[in-house]
Write a protein that binds this ligand. Structure first.
Ligand SMILES: C[S@@+](CC[C@H](N)C(=O)[O-])C[C@H]1O[C@@H](n2cnc3c(N)ncnc32)[C@H](O)[C@@H]1O
Length: 234
């Protein structure tokens, strides 16, 4: 039986029994193999832009279930899927900006799936910003520890009416939305404290720099006080 890392296990938990899924950027294919083996998903699609990654997934499929006929597709992003072909689209372990580029290529198709489960390696604020401004709402935020990092897992669903926020993708409110408090993951306090420490280090370095403006310092101080505000609300 396939045993998943805590990160992939937490992603698997965002999928309900009976949902079909596609794993975009599957690499080793562990997540879809697990969902198939455990009879959570009746149909799984494994897709990757790299033929080397897809061969790895194929080898794992043969090793874990030689009789199953898995659906492996070579190509970029959701280009390999038809509109509404699966309930859930997972993208994990790639950058948040790459995810927005993949979704942006065909927003109508992106909105045709019931949900997206996204685990960005970086640029999580820019990803949330893109989702809010392209017709999605976020229905769950989960955190999971991987080595010395805490990773974010976002579940987004299409909304009928898109919200347009008068904000910028770099704003800290997208990096650490108030909804993190509502979902109240057990790792949240540690996650916010780690981020606060990083922001405080950035501020200390900025203060040492010769060319940092007072406005930049104020902006960085705001980021820290915003995290403090969230920490007080836990
Ligand atoms: C770091 S691996 C993540 C593997 C797995 N999803 C996980 O979270 O463990 C990233 C994978 O994304 C694939 N990838 C990168 N850009 C892609 C794209 N535009 N479309 C599909 N796959 C892509 C890479 O080839 C690589 O296999």
């Amino acid at each position: 039986m396939m045993k998943l890392s805590p990160r992939l296990k937490k992603i698997a938990e965002q999928i309900n029994a009976g949902e079909t899924m596609a794993d975009i950027g599957t690499d080793h294919g562990f997540l879809p193999i697990y969902l198939w083996e455990n009879k959570i998903c009746p149909k799984v699609i494994m897709a990757d832009i790299s033929s080397g990654s897809l061969s790895k997934a194929r080898e794992n499929c043969e090793m874990y279930d030689p009789d199953a006929r898995f659906d492996l597709r070579l190509g970029s992003g959701i280009e390999v899927l038809k509109e509404a072909e699966v309930d859930a689209v997972v993208m994990a372990g790639m950058g948040g900006i790459l995810m927005t580029e993949i979704l942006e290529k065909d927003v109508k198709k992106s909105l045709s799936f019931r949900k997206l489960i996204l685990q960005p390696r970086k640029d999580v604020g820019k990803l949330r910003y893109w989702l809010f401004n392209n017709g999605f709402s976020i229905t769950n935020e989960a955190l999971v520890r991987e080595g010395k990092y805490i990773c974010e897992i976002i579940t987004a669903v299409p909304k009928e009416v898109a919200i347009t926020r008068q904000m910028n993708g770099d704003d800290i409110e997208y990096e650490f939305p108030h909804s993190l408090i509502d979902y109240n993951d057990e790792l949240l306090e540690e996650y916010l404290n780690t981020k606060r420490k990083l922001e405080a280090e950035i501020l200390a370095n900025m203060k040492k720099g010769k060319y940092t403006t007072a406005k930049e310092i104020r902006h960085q101080e705001y980021r820290i006080s915003y995290i403090d505000y969230l920490l007080r609300r836990i």
